[in-house]
Design a binder for this molecule. Structure first.
Ligand code: FES
Length: 103
């Protein structure tokens, strides 16, 4: 099947070391900039109602502000309790200053 490629936002909308919530249709995503490299995960924490874009970013680790659970934004792996399930990540590409993901 063809993969859908979706344009999310411009790179300059996400400052280095920050995370921004971006919605696209039914998708609610967290877009991260770590030292000029971009990563995208689902915004919803897998543990509960936490919004990862409202959490704290420590390098490649996002800490949910709801119960303090952590994920590695590079692969979505759990990096700290009480989270148990990984968060979904998306392949990112940059073209003409825009951030794209593949579904
Ligand atoms: Fe994110 Fe509980 S909702 S750690």
């Amino acid at each position: 099947a063809d993969r859908a490629k979706i344009s999310l936002c411009r790179t300059e909308e996400i400052a280095e070391g920050s995370v921004v919530k971006v919605e696209h249709g039914d998708l609610v995503l967290a877009v991260y900039n770590v030292d000029g490299e971009f990563f995208v995960t689902d915004d919803l924490c897998t543990h509960g109602p936490g919004s990862l874009s409202e959490g704290e970013l420590y390098g490649h680790i996002i800490e949910c502000n709801f119960h303090g659970g952590q994920f590695d934004i590079r692969d979505g792996a759990v990096a700290g309790p009480p989270c148990m399930d990984p968060v979904k990540t998306y392949p990112v590409s940059i073209e003409d200053g825009r951030i794209f993901i593949e579904l």
